[in-house]
Design a protein around this ligand. Structure first.
Ligand code: ADP
Ligand code: MG
Length: 677
């Protein structure tokens, strides 16, 4: 039913509702208040002012007057059986005529108490007609827009509530509603939009949060079930001495964390269910070697591997790092890159098609641009959280269900790992190889920036390189530092003797690669860049990371940026600069206190919510209407257990009682889950 069919909604307000994403009556039913004002309990005049929040009072007007200040102030003295107080309205002089001594009045607002008595800044009032008894209520407050007030939304909902409630459908099977003691769905909607008391409203909201989470959890369980039941990978055999063989190729022993995650990965690959595992570990934790271990097991079983990175530079770096690790096992690396000459590319492609080459490294183009593999057994995806349904379909069309390993250096908090990544198994490297010098991190105010520049300059004169990161590309209205302007300023001024480079997302991929290559080869001393360097390359000679307007970034993102330095033997530094007046130094100081990516990620999630996590916002999986992953995580756990039980009993949701559940799979977060790998 279109929203315009509701009473009290004309063409104009329909358009305003549409701007809030409410086009139908069903949408309106799902448009929940974000808080409630409790107008039920008037406080006695003598008791007013005991709390910081808003208070209600009911009394008789004794006197009304108007004072002229910069803003007109209307004041009314009001008394009840216990005492008197003054109610004040700002900028509403028309009230002088409307409020008359003798009237009964309901008022609500913040109260301050001074020697001359209690005084209330009124936000809401109501004249009680003909000594009408005060009947307080709970008033829902809706997220509003400039052109559509919460009051208007409330009126439309209230006028049409009966019709709206008739539209309610319950996607929850009866047994679940009963098990969790949820109200009937109509009662629950009524409790949200017109609550009798706040407890019922909170209980009702839990029902909808549960329902929303159930959609995501079902999607994850169905996907996992399909993989386990219907997809068949090659079960690879695992030699008993694989760890020792791998260790023999390097000059150090594996960390315990590396051993543990390799065991998890190798166990997956030994099954005929395709592996779908996420390997997470901080920058420098040694993921490359773990990837090499997976590739080795595939190769020992005569299977090919494909490793995909987000950019060509990263792909080349993987190739450089993996080649020496795999050479002792006779595994040659075939790079398949767009920048490659067509001759060498076609010979690489030929060796992959014949099965002669055991490992291909490239960008996503590896799977999409007609590269054929004779015996593909393993796909490793670096820093690409979500590898879409399309790529998977392409492989499947070739009759392939390879084992898949996703690698990320962005630690994912437990809550996200179990929700947004619920369809993946997660392995975590929570330990760095021994002997690392921690990066020194400083948080400074903008006033001290010149000192930081001097530090960068000294660093460059000592033959080292530095990154200077800023948030905006060009000058913008938000007063953020622009890399284009900054690069010019530094190149002509402070760093006139140095070689300064510029890197940002508006450059063509070719230009970007060119700049990056020059930096990698040491042809640039100071690289001024946006966060495109975040998931960047490995430049061991870069030892300073200077971040301007650091308050603009999430902690996890800053941690990522910091990971660009400290990749060589030399001591490295990270300097975070925030404006002099930013109240942010405290948040940023967490980075100076710890280098543990998981601690930082949890803190970031708590402070900024899941949308800020790399890959999470884009994936759409955390796209909820009512639920909040962090706040409501315990509800998610219940929903997940319920979803797993349902899918175990009825993997196709065929049972009549499960039919309504299918609608939940159309919700944005469930769809995003089903569409991703
Ligand atoms: P990541 O990919 O997780 O950022 P890398 O795999 O690039 O980390 O490893 C970082 C560095 O640590 C590399 O130089 C690698 O050779 C080294 N390394 C890896 N594992 C160990 C280990 N167990 N002991 C010592 N050094 C290690
Ligand atoms: Mg790496």
């Amino acid at each position: 039913m279109l929203i315009s069919q509701l009473a009290g909604v004309g063409k104009d307000s329909a358009a305003r509702f549409a701007e809030l994403g409410v086009s139908t009556a069903e949408d309106l039913l799902e448009y929940f208040p974000h808080r409630y004002e409790d107008l039920r309990f008037p406080t006695a005049a003598a008791q007013l002012g005991a709390t910081d929040g808003e208070e209600n009072a009911v009394g008789r007007i004794v006197r009304v007057r108007e004072r002229r200040a910069r803003l007109a102030i209307v004041e009314a003295d009001i008394e009840d059986a216990t005492g008197a107080f003054t109610a004040k309205w700002f900028g509403r002089s028309y009230l002088v005529g409307a409020l008359k001594p003798g009237m009964e009045l309901f008022v609500r607002g913040r109260v301050t108490r001074t020697f001359s008595g209690a005084s209330m800044n009124v936000t809401t009032h109501k004249i009680l007609e003909n000594s009408q008894a005060f009947r307080g209520e709970i008033v829902p407050v809706y997220p509003a827009s400039k052109t559509l007030t919460s009051r208007k939304i409330r009126q439309v909902v209230a006028r049409n509530l009966t019709r709206l409630l008739e539209l309610a459908v319950d996607p929850l099977p009866r047994h679940l509603a009963r098990r969790f003691a949820f109200d009937d769905v109509r009662d629950a909607y009524a409790a949200i939009h017109a609550p009798r008391d706040l407890d019922t409203a909170v209980q009702a909201r839990r029902r909808f949060i549960f329902t929303e989470f159930l959609g995501l959890a079902l999607a994850a369980a169905l996907k996992r079930n399909t993989r386990v039941q219907a997809e068949r990978a090659a079960a690879l055999s695992r030699p008993g001495d694989l760890t020792e063989r791998l260790e023999s190729a390097v000059s150090f022993s594996l960390t315990n964390a590396q051993r543990r995650v390799l065991d998890e990965i190798w166990a997956d690959m030994a099954r005929d269910v395709p592996m779908n595992r996420l390997l997470q570990g901080d920058v420098g934790s040694g993921k490359t070697l773990v990837a090499a271990g997976a590739i080795l097991m595939a190769a020992l079983n005569g299977k090919q591997s494909a490793l995909m990175a987000p950019t060509e530079i990263l792909a080349s770096q993987h190739a450089e790092k993996l080649a020496p690790l795999l050479l002792p096992f006779g595994i040659a690396v075939e790079s398949v890159l767009g920048s490659q000459g067509s001759r060498s590319r076609s010979s690489a492609v030929g060796r992959l098609a014949s099965g002669e080459a055991a490992l291909a490294i490239g960008t996503h183009a590896l799977l999409t641009e007609g590269v054929d593999f004779a015996r593909l057994g393993l796909v490793v995806i670096d820093e690409q959280h979500r590898f879409g349904v399309e790529q998977r379909a392409r492989l499947r069309a070739k009759g392939l269900w390879p084992h898949t390993l996703h690698m990320t250096a962005t630690p994912i908090p437990r809550t996200l790992a179990q929700t947004v990544y619920a369809d993946l198994d997660v392995s975590t490297i929570d330990e760095l190889p021994p002997g690392r010098t921690p990066i020194d991190t400083f948080v400074i105010r903008r006033a001290r920036l010149p000192l930081a520049y001097e530090f960068v300059e000294r660093n460059a004169k000592a033959g080292r390189q530095a990154y200077v990161v800023a948030p905006a590309i060009e000058e913008s209205e938000f007063d953020l530092t622009s890399v284009v302007a900054l690069e010019e300023e530094l190149r002509r001024g402070k760093f006139a003797d140095l070689r300064v480079g510029l890197l940002h997302g508006k450059l063509t991929p070719r230009e970007k690669e060119g700049v990056m290559q020059r930096f990698v080869r040491g042809g640039i001393d100071v690289l001024v860049a946006t966060t495109v360097v975040e998931v960047g390359v490995d430049v061991p000679n870069a030892t300073v990371m200077l971040v301007l307007d650091a308050q603009r970034y999430g902690l996890a993102q800053l941690h990522q940026l910091r990971g660009r330095v400290g990749r060589g033997a030399a001591r490295s530094y990270c300097v975070l600069v925030a404006p002099d007046d930013a109240p942010e130094l405290e948040r940023l100081s967490i980075l100076a206190q710890t280098t543990d990516g998981f601690v930082i990620a949890e803190e970031d999630l708590r402070l900024r919510g899941p949308g800020e996590f790399a890959g999470t916002a884009q994936s759409g999986v955390a796209n909820f209407r009512h639920a909040d992953l962090v706040r409501d995580f315990s509800v998610y756990s219940e929903a997940r257990a319920a979803a797993e039980a349902i899918v175990r009993d009825d993997p196709e949701l065929k049972a009549a009682q499960h039919a309504p559940l299918r609608a939940l799979l159309d919700e944005p977060s469930a769809r995003a889950m089903l569409m991703s790998s």
